[in-house]
Design a protein around this ligand. Structure first.
Ligand code: 5GP
Length: 223
């Protein structure tokens, strides 16, 4: 892409996905990241024990509570929250670097984290709340995952009530009845939000150039 292209001067989108646990957000994130190389995942730090399928530095950075507290006190976290009895937080430095370079970042964070990001950088955030098609389906998906013990599943279902109550804090709400349909909708939202005027700070200059070229063409004597 030429350096003068308006798109090259784009400011990155902070694309926030939230949902009750089991609504399919992780699968959607994984597919979106696979299909769209222009967006990268913000890798959170957490004090939650690692699940067998998870990899340090890919899904999360797994920390003990003391290390988490140290990061929080140093101001190294853009936002943080306690969710289901564990701490989670977003490291600040990678986000700031990505935004400045015009790269988009995907956040898989909860409602408390989203509200904190709104306070700090509302214009950069585009938020999507993913709903399950039904509670029966939510429960089925949590049980099918089978990586968490039953009391953990119950706790996640209890938390779901408070989370769903926040649907109206989000810019977009999608129902994940079908993974591929929901993925396509997410991609549409991202495409539209990338084109918003305020994310293209280079536009006035690029348009000046276009208009100057147009005036030069119009000034040519007619053939
Ligand atoms: P899980 O333990 O299932 O990976 O995540 C539990 C919840 O914590 C999910 O709703 C997830 O979106 C949220 N979460 C993960 N990372 C962060 C983070 O960095 N900040 C906040 N506020 N929530 C997070």
């Amino acid at each position: 892409m030429p350096a003068t292209s308006p798109a090259a001067m784009r400011r990155g989108v902070m694309f926030v996905l939230s949902s009750p646990s089991g609504a399919g957000k992780s699968a959607l994130s994984r597919l979106l990241l696979q299909d769209d190389p222009a967006i990268r995942l913000s890798i959170s730090v957490t004090t939650r024990p690692r699940r067998p399928s998870e990899v340090e530095g890919v899904h999360y950075h797994f920390l003990d509570v003391a290390a988490f507290e140290a990061m929080r006190k140093r101001g190294d976290l853009l936002e943080w929250a306690e969710v289901h009895g564990n701490f989670y937080g977003t490291p600040r430095a990678p986000v700031e670097a990505a935004l400045a370079e015009g790269r988009d970042i995907l956040f898989d964070i909860d409602v408390q984290g989203t509200l904190q990001l709104y306070k700090k950088m509302r214009a950069d955030v585009v938020s999507v709340f993913i709903l399950p098609p039904s509670i029966a389906e939510l429960e089925r998906r949590l049980q099918r995952r089978a990586e968490d013990p039953e009391p953990v599943i119950r706790r996640r279902l209890r938390t779901a009530e408070g989370e769903i109550a926040h649907w109206a804090d989000y810019d977009y709400v999608l129902v994940n009845a079908d993974l591929q349909t929901c993925l396509a909708e997410l991609k549409q939202i991202l495409a539209v939000e990338r084109a918003r005027r305020h994310r293209q700070p280079g536009l006035p200059e690029a348009i000046e150039t276009l208009l100057a070229d147009l005036r030069a063409v119009l000034a040519r004597p007619e053939a």
